[in-house]
Structures are given as C-alpha cells and as structure tokens.
Design a protein around this ligand. Structure first.
Ligand SMILES: NC(=O)c1ccc[n+]([C@@H]2O[C@H](COP(=O)([O-])OP(=O)(O)OC[C@H]3O[C@@H](n4cnc5c(N)ncnc54)[C@H](OP(=O)(O)O)[C@@H]3O)[C@@H](O)[C@H]2O)c1
Length: 522
C-alpha cells in the first residue's frame, strides 16, 4: 500500500500518515540507541516508503538527534516536514535554560536551527507544559517566530487539555498562529488521552501525533506473560515498571491477534492506533532502533484489523473514562432519543453506553434495516428501577445476562450497571428522584419498553417466563419471518424480544407475505 497523507490541523500542510521519531538517534546509552549509520538506513527506508514527516527535539540525545536528522535530510530539505521541539532544559542549572517563555523559545530555536543546519523549522512543538509561563506569552511568542519566517507551523505536546483549549481560543480571537498539532502518548497500554485530549483535538481540529505507539517496545512481540524477558531493550534498561499484569495481558492479546493474522505484533499495535481515527486525526510516531524494525512497522499501513479483532483489543485495554463522561448525560439530556440524533460535530459525544470499539456511524445504523448480526450490537436500552442491583440479579439469573461494570456515584450508591445480553448491552440505573430520573412506573405512568434483539429468541423467551416474567404479548411471527414477543419483568418494565431475519432469501419473504396477505407471489 502506498503512503497516504493527512492535512495538518487547520492548515494545508500535507504530512505522511506515519511520522518518523528520532528520539534515540545518536543516543549512546545502553545500546538501545541508534548510531548515525543506522539512522541513515532508517531515514532512507522511511523516505522510500513515502514518509515526509520527521520528529525530533532539542533535548534528544543532548542535541545529537537534531544534528543527525539535519544532516540526513539536507539533500532533500524542501521535501521534508521537519519538526522539532523546545522547552526541555539543556542547561539544568540555569533557571532560563528551559521553559516555554519567550527567552527560552528564542534561544532554543536558534540553537536548533544551527544543529539542524537549516534556516526554518516546518513545525515547532512546545514539548511539555511549563506552568510558570502565562499562556498568552507562549502563543504570542510563537506567533512572532512564525512572522519572522523561522517557523512555519506550531504544535503542543504533553499539556493539559484545558490549557491547549485556552491557547487555541486566544490565538483564534487575537488572529495569532493557532496550534496545528497535539503530541501525546497513545497506544493500547496508554489510553488516558481518550478522556480529554483526543476529544479536544477533534473539536479544535488539531492533528494528533501519537508517541510511543508500541508502548516503548512493550507491544512488539518481545513481551508477554508467556515469554522470557529480553535484556537488550530500552524497556529492560529503564522501563520495566511498565510490565504490569494489565500491560502484559494487553501484550498477550496483541500477540494472539498477530499470530492468528500471520503479521507481527508491532503491526497489530500500530494498526490499532491508526484504527482510532474516529476519535481524532491520528498519526503514529514510529520509533525504531534498526531499519528492520522500521520495515516491520511500515507493514501496519497494509493491515486493517477486523471488527472482531478490534473488539478483543478493546476488551483487554479499555479504561474508565471517569467523571463527567460516565455521568450519563446522554440519558439525562436526551432521554431515549440520543441514538436517533446524528451529531456531525462531535460524533462520539454522550455515547457512554455505546461500546467504544464501534464506529460512530454504526450507532446511526439503529434507524436502518440491517441483518441482526449488525443490528443487535447497536441497541443500548436503558431501564430505570428502584434497585438496579436487584434488577441486575434477575437479568443475570433469568436471561443469562453478564454484569460488566458498575458506575458508582458519590455516597456509595451504584448509579448504573452495564449488562451484556448476548451481543446487546443493557444499562440498568437506580432511580434518582433528586435528579428527576425516575421510572415511569413510580410516577404511575406508562411503562417504558425495552427492545432486545437476539438470534436465540425461543430459548431466551422460555427462560424469562420460567423466571417469573409476565407475558404481555405472546411470542409470535410478525412479518416476513420476524419473531416478536413482549414481557413484563418483575420490575414492571415491558420489554420486547425480537428475532429479525433480514437475511432470509427474497423468495421466502415474498412467499411469507403472500401467505399472510393472500394472493399469489408476484
Ligand atoms: N512528545 C514527547 O514527549 C515524546 C515522548 C516520547 C517519544 N516521542 C516521540 O515518539 C517517537 C516514538 O517513541 P517510542 O520510541 O517510545 O515509540 P515506540 O514505537 O512505542 O517504541 C519504539 C521501540 O520499540 C522497539 N521496536 C520498535 N519497532 C519494533 C519492531 N518492529 N520489533 C521489535 N521491537 C521494535 C524498539 O526498542 P527496543 O528494540 O529497545 O525494544 C524501539 O526503540 C520518538 O522517537 C519521539 O520522536 C515524543
């Protein structure tokens, strides 16, 4: 597959869909760095593959990385999108040796230009946030180096979302250069940026460059709970704290998918990052110690993970989003209508109950006619009951549902319980009269209906009736092979059980319709 390109943030600049990280170029510590000769082989291979986007920093290998990158890209300087960073200190005993302020910026930029042997930087990153410098000083100083022609575009790395939002808003209001990119760690073992940073990047149109997409070497097949630990890696040198039970389980899942697909673990891990484009525009920053590693990693361009593989990786690596994401605003603000509303601006907003592995467009599929295998995954009904824990028990016992998680609220009560029912997800929530969230039953009103779609309608129906559910409409064939019934659970909720057979051959549907309505099939 040939390299594709993305537009950087709200600009017209084209950057390759993979970026080359040069952090360990010239690092002579411990044998896990990259010599100049090896860097030349790596850069050559990346350029051959169509890569044009390279990432370094003043700080990497104490300036040596910039020297190597500058020399290697010099013959084709204009073709490269050269990015480097400032703010990390090069003089630890000098209070102005680092930081995000204007003096640090000017000094650092001049030194980077000298090391890189160029008179402009394509993309200059604020490397990490310096809480001492006012946001307006940083944004204005960056705008000045852009006006001076020394920097073409600016980005920000490793900074809280609220500060980035403030900076972009300020730049927009004042007509200053706005950030075009956000650089953050993102991989199957580091997903915390999904809480605030990725949604922010999507809303503000910042391209995300994802660093350590392999968790620094953890997701490369060299690690796993069933494997001996290597002693010649960067992780062995100083990252063994990453080898938690959770991270090794994630590595195991990556290794299993890789073995089944006949590809490398690194390709699976990078392909997963690339598959998250619904969250934001994401460009993984590839780290490689050898040309052969880079060659392997480039194979991720050709790997598209299946929905089933993505679901397995999601399962093992999922994180709790925490407040306010888990505070079910989707239900409080939209009632039962959230899945019916297409939000082109923030497709994933307020969809807490939708499994994150599903693309936003799949939610819209609820309103379309689809085969049951697709349709059933998209339905996420809600029950509001006096005691969610009791209802959960009944659903587990009666219907074989599996409890997947509880979202506690302050004061120790459980607000919401997630149940898996076959491939459907059902949310059961406690009543919260103080928030106006009460079951229609307690108000003496109409009982809410809950639809569960399943492939095994008869077995589920029988179990529910045996467990004390009251039949309101008996299970029957409704139309063209659809089977449908309605039941009251012991909590007074009416729910519909449906088996849709959309994949029935057209002739059978025609014959069934003819039998139901009389007349001859057309
Ligand atoms: N903005 C920031 O704060 C920040 C922070 C960190 C990094 N970055 C950027 O992100 C880039 C990538 O970070 P990273 O190096 O941590 O990325 P990574 O892709 O997670 O890890 C790269 C390491 O994994 C191992 N590896 C890579 N490909 C492999 C393969 N195919 N098979 C086996 N092992 C393989 C190599 O280490 P071993 O052989 O030693 O295991 C390699 O050095 C950096 O170069 C830098 O540009 C930015």
């Amino acid at each position: 597959m040939s390299m594709r390109y993305k537009l950087l943030g709200r600009t017209g600049l084209r950057v390759s869909a993979l970026c080359l990280g040069a952090m360990i170029f010239g690092d002579t510590r411990g044998g896990w760095g990259v010599s100049k000769d090896e860097a030349a082989r790596i850069v050559e291979r990346f350029a051959e593959a169509g890569g044009n986007f390279v990432d370094t920093a003043n700080y990497y290998a104490r300036g040596e990385s910039e020297c190597i990158v500058g020399e290697l890209i010099a013959p084709e300087r204009e073709r490269w999108v050269l990015s480097t960073k400032y703010t990390l200190t090069m003089r630890p005993d000098d209070p102005n040796g680092g930081g995000a302020h204007r003096k640090s910026l000017v000094q650092s930029l001049e030194a980077s230009l000298r090391r890189l042997g160029t008179d402009y930087i394509d993309l200059l990153w604020v490397h990490i946030w310096d809480a001492f410098t006012p946001v307006d000083e940083v944004v204005r100083a960056l705008d000045d180096v852009v006006s001076a022609g020394k920097v073409l575009y600016v980005g920000i790395s490793d900074t809280p979302a609220w500060i980035v939002s403030q900076a972009v808003t300020l730049a927009d209001l004042r007509g200053w250069t706005r950030f075009a990119g956000l650089q953050v760690p993102y991989s199957l073992v580091e997903r915390s940026v999904e809480r605030e940073l990725l949604p922010m990047a999507q809303a503000l149109e910042l391209t995300v460059t994802a660093w350590s997409p392999l968790g620094g070497g953890l997701l490369t097949g060299r690690y796993g709970s069933d494997r001996d630990r290597p002693d010649d890696t960067r992780i062995a040198a100083f990252g063994e704290s990453q080898l938690s039970v959770r991270n090794l389980a994630i590595a195991d899942a990556v290794n299993a998918v890789a073995a089944e697909r006949g590809v490398s673990s690194a390709q699976v891990a990078i392909a997963w990052v690339r598959a998250q484009q619904a969250r934001s525009v994401i460009v993984p920053v590839l780290g490689a110690r050898r040309r052969e590693q880079l060659q392997d990693n480039l194979g991720a361009l050709e790997l598209e993970l299946t929905a089933e593989e993505l679901a397995r990786l999601e399962e093992v690596s999922r994180i709790e989003l925490g407040f306010p994401h888990d505070f079910d605003a989707g239900r409080l603000a939209y009632g039962n209508t959230r899945p019916l509303i297409d939000n082109h601006r923030h497709p994933t907003a307020h969809t807490y109950t939708r499994p994150a592995s599903l693309a936003p467009s799949e939610e819209q599929a609820m309103t379309e006619t689809k085969p049951v295998a697709e349709q059933k995954q998209t339905i996420t009904p809600h029950l509001v009951v006096r005691d969610a824990a009791a209802a959960s028990k009944w659903y587990q016992r009666a219907l074989g549902a599996e409890e997947r998680g509880r979202v506690p609220v302050p004061g120790g009560r459980f607000m919401q319980i997630e149940l898996r029912f076959g491939d459907s997800t059902v949310m059961i929530a406690d009543e919260f009269p103080e928030l106006g969230v009460v079951s229609p039953l307690s108000l003496g009103g109409t009982v809410g209906a809950l639809a569960i779609h399943t492939d095994d309608v008869d077995a589920i129906w029988q179990r529910a009736v045996e467990a004390g559910a009251e039949v309101s409409l008996p299970l029957r064939e409704v139309f063209w092979g659809d089977r449908h019934g309605e039941i009251f659970d012991p909590f007074g909720h009416r729910w519909a059980l449906a088996q849709r057979l959309r994949d029935v051959p057209a002739e059978e549907i025609t014959a069934a319709a003819a039998a139901m309505f009389g007349g001859e099939p057309a």
